[in-house]
Design a protein around this ligand. Structure first.
Ligand SMILES: Nc1nc2c(ncn2[C@@H]2O[C@H](COP(=O)(O)OP(=O)(O)OP(=O)(O)O)[C@@H](O)[C@H]2O)c(=O)[nH]1
Length: 460
């Protein structure tokens, strides 16, 4: 097959049959992938290494164009552009390019990818040597290729140890190497700076001097891990500086062994002190915030004078109990209770004394109601009590208990009495609930009108 990239030299050129037998033997023995082409770019010879690595048989590869070897045709294009720039004239890709290179440099050396028969790319360094026949005329090219490392090798370092120390000194992390009994073999600059020591201090120091007492347990564990054959470990530790400051670090440790014996523990400490402080601060703020939210929610639902729930809670609870009563077809009772002639009391004994009465009354109501009942300060000297699952008779019993308890209480200045309006319903709709509260309110008015210190139930 003629390659579109190799049009320039289609004229048949002398074949590589000129290679003497001993030469062929040598080429066949070479471990490099070796291929010889004529000037038309047709493969005339491929050694076993080339056949093996490229996955072809000799018949499949010989007499085919060299382009068959290439994974990426753009690499040839690129090569000819380079040569064109170098020589300042047009160089066509393919053989034209090779001939030009042969004329200028002799051997060409390039990195490219060979194409295996199964389509896989083999990264290679290939040397293309022009072949000259007896008469010094260019007859073909010899491609010798070896696989190239895909991972670039690092540049050799002149003085590895010095460079490595320089590298360790450039990091902000603390690096140390200690003997199994805790003496320092090496520390980097950040270690000395952070822990506030000088190089001269090192011979007198051991690990114990730089580990905070609270981290001693973990340090002991580190040694245990080392002695039980671990190779690496990670920990969070607290170090202490010469002047007693605490440094929180994440430590990565590796253990060195020689003939099965622990010889050194190398550690890198990453300072996380400020991160830890930020986390603590954040946690404290979150705690404060959530307790402030709890307080706020409490303030929004609690009456400041009596500590009872306020009218907002009454409304919410009524919605909830109403739904429940409709669903379960159970009775719901509401009681509204008002202190009798409270204005007179305030006027006679003063507002603070009146406040005290309201506080004491709240306590009596709470003490004498069930836990499922909801006692709220409805406003001023008025209280409301929601009694779930309570028919009118039950609510009246409780109302009478309240009335008596209040009347019989030993009040500091004079007798206190209350009037109570009571209503109960098995609600069918939310509207009946609204009517229930209005009814209790109306009953309270009736109780007042009837002479106070009394209970007025709703009348069917
Ligand atoms: N000390 C005190 N008094 C309050 C508070 N809230 C409301 N009051 C007073 O309660 C009194 C209620 O007076 P009125 O509505 O005239 O009723 P009353 O004097 O109790 O008379 P009747 O309800 O008809 O028996 C007013 O003087 C209010 O100032 C409070 O928080 N503390």
């Amino acid at each position: 097959m003629e390659s579109p990239l190799l049009p320039s030299l289609s004229a048949a050129a002398p074949e590589i049959s000129a290679v003497p037998d001993w030469g062929t033997l040598i080429l066949e023995a070479l471990p490099t992938m070796t291929v010889a082409t004529d000037l038309a770019g047709v493969i005339r010879f491929a050694n076993p290494s080339a056949l093996y690595h490229l996955g072809y048989t000799e018949t499949e590869l010989c007499n085919r164009a060299t382009i068959l070897l290439l994974h990426d045709l753009a690499q040839i294009q690129e090569r000819s552009t380079q040569m064109a720039n170098e020589l300042g004239r047009t160089i066509r890709p393919g053989l034209d390019c090779l001939t030009a290179i042969a004329a200028v440099r002799g051997v060409d050396r390039l990195e490219c990818d060979y194409l295996r028969k199964d389509g896989e790319a083999i990264p290679v360094v290939v040397e293309i040597t022009p072949l000259y026949a007896h008469s010094q005329t260019l007859s073909g090219f010899l491609y010798t290729a070896r696989e190239r490392e895909t991972i670039p090798q690092p540049e050799p370092i002149d003085n590895p140890e010095a460079s490595f120390r320089e590298f360790l000194d450039s990091t902000h992390d603390l690096v140390q190497s200690i003997t199994p009994d805790g003496h320092f073999l090496y520390v980097n600059r950040a270690w000395l700076r952070t822990l506030e020591y000088q190089v001269d201090d090192l011979p007198q120091l051991t690990l114990v001097d730089v580990i905070h007492p609270v981290s001693m347990g973990q340090t002991a564990l580190l040694f245990k891990q080392a002695l039980s054959g671990h190779r690496h470990s990670r920990q969070e530790l607290i170090l202490k500086t010469r002047n007693g400051h605490e440094i929180i670090v994440e430590s990565s440790n590796s253990f060195s062994f020689e003939n099965g014996k622990l010889t050194a523990i190398r550690s890198i400490f990453h300072d996380i002190t400020s991160r830890k402080h930020q986390e603590q601060l954040l946690a404290e703020h979150q705690k404060q915030l959530s307790s402030a939210n709890v307080k706020l929610a409490l303030l929004a639902t609690t009456d400041a004078l009596t500590g009872l729930k306020n009218r907002r809670v009454f409304d919410e609870r009524m919605d909830y109990e109403c739904d429940r009563a409709i669903r379960q077809k159970t009775p719901l009772a509401v009681m509204i209770l008002d202190v009798d002639r409270f204005k007179e009391y305030n006027d006679e004994f003063g507002h603070p004394a009146g406040d005290h009465v309201l506080q004491q009354l709240s306590l009596l109501l709470l003490q004498n109601s069930r836990t499922i009942d909801c006692v709220v300060r409805y406003g001023g000297e008025e209280f409301a009590i929601i009694l779930p699952n309570t028919p009118l008779e039950g609510a009246l019993v409780l109302a009478e208990r309240f009335r008596q308890v209040v009347m019989n209480h030993e009040w500091p200045s004079r007798l206190i009495t209350v009037s109570i309006g009571v209503a109960s319903v098995i609600p069918e709709t939310a509207r009946t609930i609204k009517e229930l509260v209005a009814e209790a309110d109306r009953c309270l008015y009736e109780a007042k009108h009837g002479g106070r210190n009394r209970i007025h139930p709703e009348q069917d």
